[in-house]
Design a binder for this molecule. Structure first.
Ligand SMILES: Cc1cc2nc3c(=O)[nH]c(=O)nc-3n(C[C@H](O)[C@H](O)[C@H](O)COP(=O)(O)OP(=O)(O)OC[C@H]3O[C@@H](n4cnc5c(N)ncnc54)[C@H](O)[C@@H]3O)c2cc1C
Length: 383
């Protein structure tokens, strides 16, 4: 599929590949072990202008689209999903500003996010509000020219590392999802603290922490859009970000497939490379076909989102669902092809398998994606 890309799109892939080969591959196992946030690589991504892909030209971005974001994310994920998640999570955190911010807010925040000088994060999930994102307990109470935030967000990617947070809170708890609003909160605001870095199965170097708000006073100018529109902004954000999770899944699966293919050509048993056994050949053929099919769906969903097509929400959910289920299967198969070595940290496929799992969980679990697809289909018919 990469043959069909324009020169500019191929350049985005090339830049990302250079970062993967030169900066990510040599340290990814160590990052997984130490859980150190990959700041050096993130700075390199900033210097390479890849954060500009999320932002329009008016605010110092490249004015491209989600399709181009997917290309960069896919390639970074082939190298390491912790790095790619940290990159994509900054995009996730700034999309609400793209969608609901006014000109003043965009001018204030987007240029520094475009250059990678600052990172963003997206604060929606709470202990009692996971899949049921409408059950937020965090409150934002209007107090003159300010809002006072109280509550705790759970499992927020880039928390502690990012400077700019899109935070969802109830401005009118009696109105359910229509009472939710979204605010920009800057790191360093009094009353805004972080929990400890979570110790995770995969994407271990990425930062996952709580956001803790205790009488945190923010200016009323930090409200994005109107009061009560937070839930709609969150759903519009996910429409744009889910193909990017799909791209993460395609990238990690591609990485595992490449490792499995190389290993199968050099590993000999019964006097022959294991790639000469039809059972292994068929596994590799299925893996390659599945990766390519997922890539096609992710690219299609991203293109429809970029063009504002009416089936964007459904395709976005489909691309995340299909690609992440595929990535889980392909990475497990890669471990199988490497046999015992697949289970050892000496080879990267066990890490890829651990990393891939998160793509089935965050930004809405795959059960939730199926709910979205089915409900949309019942309402509007098949595509
Ligand atoms: C590493 C990591 C990073 C994350 N980063 C962020 C972030 O940056 N920002 C953010 O806001 N959140 C983030 N999250 C939170 C993530 O989006 C949630 O974990 C996810 O939406 C699921 O919520 P939950 O974990 O509470 O699961 P639950 O909602 O408790 O679900 C538990 C199980 O029940 C199933 N289930 C629930 N409801 C239904 C239903 N109606 N129908 C069928 N099945 C259902 C789920 O699919 C799941 O299998 C992150 C999570 C992790 C683990």
């Amino acid at each position: 599929m990469h043959d069909l890309l324009t020169d500019e799109q191929k350049m985005i892939l090339d830049i990302s590949k250079q970062i993967v080969d030169q900066r990510i591959m040599p340290v990814r196992a160590e990052l997984d072990e130490t859980r150190e946030y990959p700041w050096e690589i993130i700075k390199e991504i900033g210097k390479s202008d890849l954060f500009r892909l999320f932002i329009s030209e008016e605010y110092e971005g490249m004015g491209t689209g989600i399709f181009e974001v997917c290309l960069a994310t896919e390639e970074l994920s082939r190298g390491d999903l912790s790095v790619a998640t940290s990159f994509a999570a900054s995009g996730l955190g700034l999309i609400p500003i793209n969608i609901a911010g006014n000109d003043e807010q965009k001018k204030k925040y987007l240029p520094k996010l475009a250059s990678g000088e600052k990172l963003a994060a997206f604060g929606l999930t709470e202990a009692e509000a996971g899949s049921d994102a409408g059950s937020l307990r965090t409150t934002a109470v209007k107090d003159g020219d300010h809002y006072i935030l109280n509550g705790t967000k759970q499992w927020i990617t880039n928390a502690g590392e990012a400077d700019i947070y899109s935070v969802f809170a109830m401005t009118d708890p009696n109105k359910g999802i229509r009472g939710a609003s979204v605010f920009i909160v800057e790191k360093g605001t009094p009353g805004f603290d972080f929990g400890k870095k979570e110790d995770k199965l995969g994407i271990r170097a990425s930062a996952t922490r709580e956001l803790i708000f205790t009488d945190c006073k923010i200016p009323k100018q930090n409200l994005l859009g109107r009061e009560g529109t937070g839930f709609i902004t969150a759903m519009k954000t996910f429409d744009e970000s889910r193909p990017v999770v799909g791209a993460q899944a395609v990238g990690v699966a591609q990485g595992a497939l490449e490792e499995a293919l190389e290993y199968s050509k050099v590993r000999k048993q019964f006097g022959a490379p294991i790639s000469s056994f039809q059972a292994i050949q068929h596994m590799l053929a299925d893996m390659a076909t599945e990766v390519e099919a997922a890539r096609a769906l992710v690219y299609h969903a991203a293109k429809v989102i970029d063009s504002g097509g009416k089936n964007g929400s459904r395709l976005s959910a489909m691309s995340k669902l299909f690609a992440s289920d595929m990535a889980m299967k392909v990475t497990v198969d890669a471990v199988q092809i490497l046999g015992g070595y697949g289970y050892m940290k000496e080879y990267p496929v066990e890490k890829m398998m651990r990393d891939a799992k998160i793509t089935q969980i965050y930004e809405g679990t795959n059960q939730i994606q199926r709910n979205i697809i089915a409900l949309d289909m019942i309402k509007r018919g098949v595509l």
